[in-house]
Design a protein around this ligand. Sequence first.
Ligand SMILES: Cc1cc2nc3c(=O)[nH]c(=O)nc-3n(C[C@H](O)[C@H](O)[C@H](O)COP(=O)(O)O)c2cc1C
Length: 220
Amino acid sequence: MLSRKANCRRRAHHKCKRPIVRQRTAKQLKRFDDTLVPCQIDSAVRLKNHIQPYFRGDQMVNVLVVYYSRTGNTKAMAEIIAEAAGKEGAQVRLKEVADASNDDLIWADGILIGSPVYFGQPASDIKRFIDDSISVRKQLENKVGAAFVSSGHRAGGRETTIMALLQSFIVHGMVVCGDPISTGGHYGAVASGTPDDRSSQECRGLAKKVVALATKLQST
Ligand SMILES: Cc1cc2nc3c(=O)[nH]c(=O)nc-3n(C[C@H](O)[C@H](O)[C@H](O)COP(=O)(O)O)c2cc1C
């Protein structure tokens, strides 16, 4: 903890016009370096206050991002989602469906499944993964589920594919999460081929909403 005098010296040195941070606030930042100048402490407090709601006590919300991708488009969406969920403070597992298991589903508080559109439906690898989840029935109840898909054509069956994925969440008794109004406000994140800026934004928005919803559900 810096003395008030030391704080003043640092403030003058860095020409920082912000008021000196209150002692109580600085105390809450025990794990931050004592050598932070006041304006840095202020930013750190804001960062911590932003992240705090996404923690259950000391434990992070777990998010599983599982996908199938033959030519890389759905994979690109999955990576954007995983990164965004991590930035929201979640602990993330990003898995190709071949490497994912029921244990991953049980571990997760929020589950995002991604598939290319194949004949207006999810790819068979994803369907098999969902079918195999029958053995963990009941154990996925009240987890958050969301979907993202990549199609070749705008009207090639994105919504039918997303709905098929969301249906499986409903059957598991999960809480289905659509994409937020700020990024489209419909069934989930979609892309035509490689995700463009708009699709990437949808992916980030969906990830953020899943983390926020899973956090809320955990705390109830
Ligand atoms: C077997 C097969 C079926 C497909 N069916 C559709 C379809 O019904 N509608 C559509 O828009 N695109 C369809 N496509 C195109 C893919 O959905 C599209 O290329 C997608 O971006 C591929 O995702 P990926 O790169 O993650 O594999 C199909 C592709 C394949 C290989």
